[in-house]
Each structure stands twice: as C-alpha cells, then as structure tokens.
Design a protein around this ligand. Sequence first.
Ligand SMILES: NC(=O)c1ccc[n+]([C@@H]2O[C@H](COP(=O)([O-])OP(=O)(O)OC[C@H]3O[C@@H](n4cnc5c(N)ncnc54)[C@H](OP(=O)(O)O)[C@@H]3O)[C@@H](O)[C@H]2O)c1
Length: 321
Amino acid sequence: MIARDLIKGSVAVIGVGAVGSIITYALNEADIKPVLIHRNARVAELYREHGVKVEIPSEGERIIEGLHTTYDSIQPGSIGLAFICVKAYNVRNVLSKLPRLLNKDSILVMCQNGLGSTELAEKIVGPNNVLQAIIGFGANRVSRHEVRLTGIGPSYVGPKCKGVPSTLHAVAKHVSELLRVINFIYVDESEGYRWVKLGINAGINPVTAILGVKNGVVSDDAYARSVALAAANEVKEVAIAKGVFLPKDPANALLSVARNTAENYSSMLQDVRSGRRTEVDYINGSVYLEGLKVGRACLVNYTLWNIVKSLERIRSRSMTR
Ligand SMILES: NC(=O)c1ccc[n+]([C@@H]2O[C@H](COP(=O)([O-])OP(=O)(O)OC[C@H]3O[C@@H](n4cnc5c(N)ncnc54)[C@H](OP(=O)(O)O)[C@@H]3O)[C@@H](O)[C@H]2O)c1
C-alpha cells in the first residue's frame, strides 16, 4: 500500500498555536495543506484574514497554508489523521467534538506534555487509533498570528505500547516521514519517551516558574538543581514501578536540556507570568497521583504541584484586579 493511502481522510491540525503552527509548516513542506480547526467561526475568520507567520531559524519567515475552519463546517467522518495540538486542559473539550468528524480508521496524534491526554483519546477512539508525539522542538507565540521556532531536538512519534496493529505502526512511520523537516523519528513504543520528557518537565518547569529564572539556572545553581533532579528521580521511580522502559535516564536528560536551553524561559514560567493556567496538573500533579497508584509518595512533585497552583491563583487574581 502507498504510505499516504494509510490515511483514510483529510489531515487536520487542531489547536493552531505554537506547536500546531510548526506542525503545519512541516506538513506544508511535505506538500500537505491540512484542515486547521479553530474553536469558533470568529477565530477561524481572524486566521483566514491574518494567516499565521512562522519564523524558522535557517529558513526565515513563512505563512502556513491550510483550510482555516471550525468543527461545524467539516463533513462528518472526513478526518483521517488529526494532530491534537491544544494544551492538555483543552483536550477533553476537543475530544468531545471529534466523534462526528472521525471514521473507524481515523488516527489521533496527541502532542501534549505530561500525562492524561493519550488516555482520554484512547477512551474516545480506542488504543489502536492513537499515536503519541513527544515534542522535542521548542516554539513560542510571538503574537497571536506569529510563531517562532526556538530550537529543534528530536521528536518521537509512535504508538504508546507495542502490540497494536501493524497499520498503526505504518501510520506512525508515515507521520515521521511527513514531519522529517522538524526531526520527527518513528519509535515502535513511545511510552518511555513520554516518561523521560515528563521527568524533564517535572523538574525544569516548576523550578523555573517558582524562581522566575531561565532554564540554565537549573543546571548552574546547586539548590535549584537538587530540587529539579529530585523531581525527575521520582518520575523515574514511578515509571520503573509501572514497568515503563525508559530509553534515557530522566535526570541526565533534564540536565542536558537545561544546559541546551539555558537562555530560554520555560512555558510554565511564561504561563505564570501571563496569568494563564499552567499544565502543572498534568505534569507534577499526575506524577504524584500515578505514584500513589504504585505505592510511591512523590513528595517533591506534590510540593512543586501545590506551589505552582498557588502561584497560578495569586497571579491570575492580581491580573484581574
Ligand atoms: N510550545 C512548545 O514548544 C511545546 C513543546 C513541547 C510540547 N508542547 C505541548 O504542546 C501542547 C500545545 O502547546 P502550545 O505551546 O502549542 O500551546 P498554544 O500556543 O497555547 O496553542 C494551543 C492552541 O490551541 C487553541 N485551542 C484551545 N482550545 C481549542 C479548541 N477547543 N479547539 C481548537 N483550538 C483550541 C488555542 O487557541 P487560543 O489561543 O484561542 O486559546 C491555541 O491556539 C501543550 O500540551 C504543550 O505542553 C509545547
């Protein structure tokens, strides 16, 4: 079978923010103009009018191309492959709107950091129709219609675990080829990669958000480093207790990401500063809750979770005054 025939319908990107725009850029490079689904007609119209400019370090500026539309305007059952690129706390809402648009062969690619999104998607379409993308690039929204790619590390795409039909593996390989320009790599089991990324995020994100510092402080300052590494080591313990095979040590991976992104501000810090909700519930919160299920008290993650929740609340109150 020709690879593109594996996808039974159109390619869609849901959530045209930082990640969704970069994925759309890569799809455009592979000659695909995806359906870009916005939350409502007003937002879709704004995007049609202004477009989205992506800034790619070696390439310069590009306008991403696709059909800006809404859930209501799409033909039932017509989406074959959907990249879900909203924040973790918006996934439930997106999934509630999708069943009408999907068919029995539709595949969802979940792009969120943290835990929970894949599991929600599996409940809607079943585990044989869900892929995980563990995003290794960094992207920021410079403005509503402008996204900057800040760095490219390897991203991984594959089924959560082995033991799914070979067609799902074939689609994952095809997705990695479509997104090759942004360094996507197919893996036959993505769960370990998700937990390594969870370890990195569980350490760097809350520590930088609480201290209000760039990522480099996590590798350079002994106190910040010890808290971040303790959080990553708890993630490792829970993963091992759950039987997840880790392709890398999360603490070592955290240190190298902190060094390589030393000048960056983490997304959690940016969210706290802007008074937006963070994804801490899906990162440190879910590590703590998963830990309880396997008899591990992840108290570093519990503490970081609660401090960031408190910061979120204080900050959003001060912004609404
Ligand atoms: N950015 C990165 O470098 C990066 C790296 C690794 C992983 N990730 C993960 O990728 C996910 C997305 O992050 P992001 O940085 O791309 O976030 P983002 O820039 O905020 O983009 C999310 C987009 O989803 C839209 N949206 C929200 N609810 C929607 C709905 N119901 N239907 C359609 N669109 C909806 C948002 O619109 P509004 O703006 O109107 O709310 C926004 O455009 C997160 O889970 C994050 O952890 C991000």
